[in-house]
Design a protein around this ligand. Structure first.
Ligand code: PRP
Ligand code: URA
Length: 206
């Protein structure tokens, strides 16, 4: 299921990221902040377990998170979303998937994968600012499922209709969260209007 998170702060910060004139420092800071705001919404349905605790005043029946959370950024650009979410969920573990998109074929190629051993019983959030053709996110989710992950949420900033369709077809069990659903892909596979190459803008490589 697709959820587009509408919130004035998210919209404002995303607008700053979209501007061509925004430099690396502000781009990264806004990405961090949006990731945190998105995480607040996305974690609304996390399961809780009942627990009895002792406060300084009394015994009380309360609840705590039932499952661990594993963040899996797709390298490189997904790395830019990790800190903002970890500020909110400091106990989250982090796995990594290295994928790059061939500029000609637009096909994803895997070059790195490392995950925490607790991944199969955790809530896994796959992070990537850009959902373009959906090839990278779909390949990442396929790999995570092979490694035992079963509760998977895909968290992206900007999506194209083509990418959303691809995930819905390949992985109908995965919830997709976006800060914005854009118009289309251009002939080079870039999201329009989008924000350009997220990895290059985060790391200043262009
Ligand atoms: C970008 C982006 C996604 C992918 C999206 O990464 O961060 O991972 O492209 O495109 P898709 O939906 O068509 O697969 P890129 O391959 O440019 O690597 P980078 O993050 O290292 O720059
Ligand atoms: N990857 C990006 O970084 N930007 C796009 O618009 C598409 C893929």
């Amino acid at each position: 299921m697709l959820t587009v998170l509408h919130h004035p702060l998210i919209t404002h910060k995303l607008t700053q990221m979209r501007k061509e004139s925004t430099g690396t420092k502000d781009f990264r800071q806004n990405l961090d902040e949006i990731a945190g705001l998105m995480a607040f919404e996305i974690t609304r349905d996390l399961p809780l377990n009942p627990i009895e605790i002792k406060t300084p005043v009394a015994i009380c029946q309360t609840q705590e998170l039932a499952k661990e959370i594993v963040l899996v950024p797709i390298l490189r650009a997904g790395l830019g979303m990790v800190n903002g979410i970890r500020d909110l969920i400091p106990t989250a573990k982090v796995g990594h998937i290295g994928l790059y998109r061939d500029e000609e074929t637009l096909e994803p190629h895997e070059y790195f994968a490392k995950f925490p051993s607790t991944m199969p019983e955790s809530v896994v959030m796959v992070l990537d600012p850009m959902l373009a053709t959906g090839g990278s996110a779909s390949a990442a989710i396929t790999l995570l499922k092979k490694r035992g992950a079963s509760i998977i949420k895909l968290v992206c900033l900007v999506g194209a209709p083509e990418g959303v369709k691809r995930i819905e077809e390949d992985h109908p069990d995965v919830d997709v969260y976006l800060a914005a659903l854009d118009e289309k892909l251009n002939e080079k596979g870039y999201i329009v209007p989008g924000l350009g190459d997220a990895g290059d803008r985060i790391f200043g490589t262009k």
